[in-house]
Design a protein around this ligand. Structure first.
Ligand code: ADP
Ligand code: MG
Length: 583
C-alpha cells in the first residue's frame, strides 16, 4: 500500500485489448449478426416515422385522398418493426455478451490457478477477487450496454443522417459542422476517465482486501479490541474510493449536459435555417425534415455518453488479460516412472524469494534414503518451511539441485511429482463440503472402504462416525465445526489416502493440545512407516525417533545426526532440547 494509488497508471494500449475481445467474440459471430440485424430494423424505423409524418401532413392538406387508413396502419407496422428489432438486437447481444464473459471469466480462473505459488504471496487475494467481481462486472456492463448503444444508436444516427441528406443536402451539412467540437469534448473526457479508471480499480481491490483481512481475522480483532482501528482503516480506503468515484461522476455529469447544449444549439440553428428556406420546400417535407432532425439528439447523446463507459470496460479488460497472460508455472518435465521409492537428495541448494536478495537457504546438502525420516528443527524463520516447499516445486531454487530417486525434480512431470508428495501442515484447508469430500479432495473414484481405512489410519474414523451424518456431515466453512485435532486428523487421512511415497509434515502437531496430539502422533507414526518423511516439529516425541536430524539456522545446516549423537555432541540441539523439552 505504498504511495498514492491514483498515480499508478500503467499506460494501456487499447488496440490489443479490443482485438483480444474480438477473438473471444468470433465463435459467436452468428448471434452477433442477428443482433446487428435487429438493431438495423430498429434504426430504420426512425426515418420511417419521418416519412410517415410527411404522408400525414400531405393527407391533412388534402394531397392524399385515397386509402387514408394506410397511414395509421403503417404507423402500427413501423412500431412493430421497431419492437421486433429492439427485441432481436437486445436478446442476441446479451447472448453474445454472456457467452464472451463466461469464456473470459473461466479462462481467467483457470490461468490464475496455473500461476506459481510465488504469485499468490505477492498478490493480495482481495485484488484477485475483485478481478472477478469488479473487472469482469465492468466488462459485462460494457459489452452488453456500451456495445449495444454503439450499434443501435450508431445505426440510428446513420439512418437518420442518410434520410436528412436525401431530403435536404445543404441543411444537413450544417449538422455536420457540429462534428469537430463534439469530437474535441469526447476525447477530452475520454482522457480524464482513462486516468481515473485505474485508480478506482486499485482502491476497490484494496477495499475487498481490507474487509477480507479483518473478517478472517475477526477473533484477533475482537480480542485485542481493534474494531475502531479496523473501521478507521476501512474508512480511509472507502473514503479514497468515494473521492475517486465522485471525481469520475463529476466528469461524467459534466459530459452529458455539455452534449445536450451542443446538440440543441445545433437544432436551433437548423430550425432557423428551415424557417429561412420555408419557400424553397413544401411544408410536409419540412415537417418531415424537422421530425427526423428532432429524433437525432437522443441517439447522439447516448453515443457520446458511451465513450467513457467503453474506456472503463477496456481498462478493466486489459487488467484481466494481463492476469491471463502472466507466466504459468514452468513444467518442462516429462519423466513419469512407474513408481517412486522416495530417495531425496539435496545438493548445494540455495534459495531466495524473488523480491528480496537475502539467501533464505544456503548451500544445503543432505540426503534421505527411501522410507527414512528426517527431522528439521531450528528457530522459527530459519527456513524450514521454505526448504520443504522446494520439493513439490512450489518455488524454484536459485542454485543447486534436488533429486528424487536420482532424477532432477525438473525432469519429473509436475503433476506426477506433486501426486507423489503428501503434505500436512499446521494450517489445514477444508472446504465447505462433506467430510468424505474433504478427505478425497483431488482424488477420483475412492471407495468407501478405502476412505474408512485411511480415516482409521489417521485416528479419525471414530470421531467421524460419531458425527450426525458420519462421512456425509458437512464440515462448515473452512471446517469451523471441527476441533484443531480433528481437522489435523482429516488432513492426515487425506495424506494416507493419497498413499504417496513422500510425506512432508510441517509442524502438523504444533497447534494441538496434549490429548489430540497423542492421537495425531499415533496416527502419524503409523503413516510415516515405509514412507520417506520430512518432518518439521517442535515435539520431542516426533524428533527423537528420526533417522537423521538437521538443525537449520538462518538457512544453514549447523548440526546433523540422530538424537543420541546430537545429545552427545552437546551443541545447539542439546541446548534446544534442554530449553524446550525439559518436561
Ligand atoms: P520456518 O519455517 O523455519 O519458520 P520459513 O521458511 O517460513 O521459516 O521462513 C524463512 C524466511 O523466509 C523468513 O525470514 C521469512 O520471513 C521468509 N519468507 C517466508 N515465506 C516468504 C515468502 N513467501 N516471501 C518472502 N519471504 C518469505
Ligand atoms: Mg515454518
Amino acid at each position: 500500500m505504498k504511495g498514492n494509488i491514483t498515480e499508478v497508471t500503467p499506460p494501456v494500449d487499447f488496440g490489443p485489448t479490443y482485438r483480444r475481445v474480438l477473438r473471444y467474440l468470433f465463435p459467436f459471430v452468428r448471434f452477433f449478426s442477428f443482433a446487428v440485424l435487429g438493431f438495423l430494423l430498429f434504426a430504420l424505423s426512425q426515418p420511417a416515422f419521418a416519412v410517415l409524418m410527411e404522408a400525414f401532413v400531405n393527407a391533412l392538406d388534402g394531397k392524399i385522398v385515397d386509402g387514408l387508413y394506410l397511414i395509421p396502419a403503417a404507423c402500427i407496422a413501423i412500431a412493430f418493426m421497431r419492437g421486433l428489432g429492439s427485441y432481436l438486437g437486445s436478446y442476441y447481444m446479451a447472448k453474445v455478451s454472456e457467452n464472451v464473459i463466461h469464456a473470459i471469466r473461466c479462462d481467467l480462473f483457470k490461468n490464475i490457478l496455473a500461476l506459481p505459488i510465488a504469485y499468490f504471496d505477492a498478490s493480495k487475494s482481495g485484488r484477485l477477487i475483485s478481478l472477478f467481481t469488479y473487472n469482469i462486472g465492468l466488462m459485462a456492463a460494457t459489452t452488453s450496454k456500451a456495445v449495444t448503444t454503439i450499434i443501435r444508436e450508431g445505426l440510428t444516427v446513420i439512418a437518420l443522417f442518410a434520410y436528412l441528406l436525401y431530403q435536404n443536402f445543404q441543411l444537413t451539412l450544417i449538422f455536420l459542422l457540429l462534428g469537430p467540437p463534439l469530437a474535441l469534448v469526447i476525447s477530452w473526457v475520454g482522457k480524464k476517465v482513462k486516468r481515473l479508471g485505474h485508480g478506482i480499480q486499485a482502491t476497490v481491490g484494496e477495499l475487498n482486501h481490507v474487509a477480507a483481512e479483518v473478517f478472517s481475522g475477526i477473533r484477533l480483532v475482537k480480542s485485542v479490541v481493534a474494531e475502531d482501528d479496523s473501521s478507521q482503516r476501512f474508512f480511509d480506503v472507502s473514503e479514497k474510493t468515494k473521492k475517486l468515484g465522485l471525481k469520475m461522476a463529476k466528469v461524467n455529469s459534466i459530459y452529458t449536459p455539455l452534449m445536450q447544449v451542443l446538440v440543441i444549439v445545433g437544432m436551433a440553428l437548423v430550425m432557423y435555417i428551415v424557417l429561412l428556406s420555408r419557400d424553397s420546400m413544401d411544408s410536409a417535407a419540412l415537417i418531415a425534415y424537422v421530425t427526423a432532425a428532432a429524433l437525432l439528439p437522443k441517439p447522439i447523446r447516448s453515443l457520446s455518453g458511451v465513450h467513457p463507459q467503453l474506456l472503463q470496460g477496456v481498462v478493466a479488460a486489459s487488467e484481466v488479460f494481463k492476469h491471463i497472460d502472466y507466466e504459468k508455472e514452468i513444467d518442462k518435465g516429462s519423466y513419469v516412472p512407474d513408481s517412486v521409492s522416495g530417495a531425496i537428495d539435496f545438493s548445494d541448494v540455495s534459495f531466495s524469494y524473488a523480491e528480496c536478495e537475502e539467501l533464505i537457504l544456503k548451500d544445503l546438502n543432505f540426503s534421505v534414503a527411501p522410507g527414512q525420516t528426517v527431522a528439521l528443527v531450528g528457530r522459527s524463520g530459519g527456513g524450514k518451511s521454505t526448504l520443504v516447499n522446494l520439493i513439490p516445486r512450489f518455488y524454484a531454487m536459485s542454485s543447486g539441485t534436488i533429486k528424487i530417486d536420482g532424477h532432477l525434480l525438473e525432469e519429473y512431470k509436475l503433476d506426477f511429482l506433486r501426486k507423489n508428495i503428501a503434505i500436512v501442515s499446521q494450517n489445514v484447508n477444508l472446504f465447505n463440503s462433506s467430510v468424505a469430500d474433504n478427505i478425497a479432495f483431488g482424488l477420483k473414484d475412492i471407495s468407501m472402504h478405502e476412505m474408512k481405512a485411511a480415516a482409521k489410519a489417521a485416528n479419525a474414523h471414530e470421531f467421524i462416525e460419531a458425527m450426525p451424518e458420519g462421512y456425509n456431515t458437512l464440515v462448515g466453512e473452512n471446517g469451523v465445526l471441527l476441533s484443531g485435532g480433528q481437522r489435523q486428523r482429516l488432513a492426515i487421512a487425506r495424506a494416507v489416502l493419497r498413499n504417496s511415497p513422500i510425506l512432508i509434515l510441517d509442524e502438523a502437531t504444533s497447534a494441538l493440545d496434549n490429548e489430540s496430539e497423542v492421537k495425531v502422533q499415533a496416527a502419524l507414526d503409523r503413516v510415516m512407516k515405509n514412507r520417506t518423511t520430512i518432518v518439521i516439529a517442535h515435539r520431542l516425541s516426533t524428533i527423537e525417533h528420526a533417522d537423521n536430524i538437521l538443525v537449520l539456522e538462518e538457512g544453514e545446516i549447523v548440526e546433523r545426526g540422530d538424537h543420541a549423537q546430537l545429545l552427545q555432541a552437546n551443541g545447539r540441539y542439546a541446548k534446544m532440547i534442554q530449553r524446550n523439552f525439559s518436561e
